[in-house]
Design a protein around this ligand. Structure first.
Ligand SMILES: Cc1ncc(COP(=O)(O)O)c(C=O)c1O
Length: 374
């Protein structure tokens, strides 16, 4: 569907275009001759626990009762209603998608109608992919590479453009932006796209969600993902909240069945059971709080390495020297971390790491330390 639009790019940028993602675990497993389960994948920021039992039970029952025979429900009415009840939003203002990624593609379509987009960077690489799909113009505004340890923080820049892309918490830095600081700048833009893919994982994150503001501001779109929180990246499940007119328009253009029946069933199951959802997120927030301090303390002992503060389950490390050989060494040990050369304004001295279980964090930290002794 998408062709690469090169009009925004100079030659140096063209060389940098690799749109690398973390989480290429299946490909990496083949390359390393390992099973995916033998790899510690710290390059994608999913929670490291088995998906919850109620979710797996619901999927098994879906296979046993309806199986694979029927087309999925086309307008996802049940799922939209459940998401609506969950967030107290009219279902007409909700569009579920095949992961947040599909909705980022459609947000790019919307952005292309309004003029120049600005991507505060370094940033999640998929926004550029989406804007290039629709031949949309964009620029990258540089975010400061130093920040304090208290979260939420005021959004630090006010770029001049038509469409602003916000990630909260920010990927790859892990900064949680203060909702009030975002509301103040909302009015300056024709369209604001706020990607909250990691907000539910982030302790005290939900307070900063812009979802309630979608009832006031017609120029605001908020994207959410369920794939990270429940470790179901293979199922693909996300949704977007915003103007019903915009979402209806996209719905007439997109593939007829973007979500499979199992993703729909998973979404209904997860979001209709409030008690389960609350218990699950509580467990995840406790894990983030505990492991973040533990890993931070371990890695801080490595000389020449700086660990940047984060509000969530991933964080950046910055070395005085290139981290390429460290990353290669870790790969030989079956450990993946996210190299950062594909992020604008970062280079090979940076890497992003996501938190694991304590058992795997021990291995991860030990091998990172070893990689510096090589
Ligand atoms: C900031 C951000 N938004 C969205 C996504 C995509 O989420 P999904 O798996 O729901 O497509 C990612 C995936 O890494 C991400 O980092």
């Amino acid at each position: 569907m998408c062709e690469l639009n090169t009009k925004n790019l100079n030659n140096k940028d063209m060389k940098k275009i690799n749109f690398k993602h973390g989480g290429n675990i299946l490909t990496q497993a083949k390359k390393l001759n390992l099973l995916p389960s033998e790899i510690i994948d710290s390059s994608a920021s999913l929670v490291p626990f088995e998906p919850p039992k109620p979710l797996l039970d619901a999927l098994t029952s879906e296979i046993n009762t309806l199986g694979f025979r029927y087309y999925p429900e086309r307008d996802q009415n049940n799922l939209r209603e459940i998401i609506g009840e969950f967030h107290q939003i009219n279902p007409d203002n909700i569009l579920p998608g095949n992961g947040a990624s599909e909705l980022i593609t459609w947000a790019g379509y919307e952005a292309s109608k309004f003029g120049v987009s600005c991507i505060p960077s370094p940033s999640f690489v998929d926004y550029e992919r989406s804007l290039n799909c629709w031949n949309a113009s964009f620029n990258n505004s540089e975010l400061p590479t130093n920040w304090s340890k208290s979260f939420p923080q005021p959004f630090p820049i006010k770029p001049i453009c038509d469409v602003l892309w916000i990630t909260n918490p920010h990927n790859p830095t892990g900064q949680l932006w203060d909702k009030n600081s975002l509301e103040i700048i909302l009015k300056n833009y024709k369209l604001v796209i706020c990607d909250e893919a990691f907000l539910a994982i982030t302790p005290n994150g939900e307070k900063e969600s812009l979802i309630p503001l979608t009832k006031i501001y017609d120029n605001l779109l908020v994207i959410r993902s369920l794939t990270k929180l429940f470790n179901i990246a293979g199922l693909r499940l996300g949704y977007i909240i915003g103007s019903s007119e915009k979402l209806k328009n996209w719905n007439t253009k997109r593939d007829p069945w973007p979500l499979n029946s199992f993703a729909i069933r998973a979404g209904i199951e997860i979001l209709s059971n409030r008690i389960f959802y609350k218990e699950w997120t509580k467990k995840i927030h406790e894990w983030v709080n505990t492991e973040k301090i533990w890993v931070f303390n371990k890695l801080s002992k490595i000389s020449n390495l700086r660990i940047h503060y984060s509000s969530t389950n991933f964080f950046l490390i910055e070395s005085q020297f290139s981290l390429s050989s460290n990353i290669n060494y870790l790969e030989t040990k079956g450990i993946l971390i996210r190299e950062c050369t594909s992020f604008k304004f970062l280079d090979e001295k940076w890497a992003r790491i996501s938190l694991q279980t304590r058992k795997n964090n021990k291995i991860l930290c030990k091998e990172i330390q070893n990689s510096f002794k090589k």
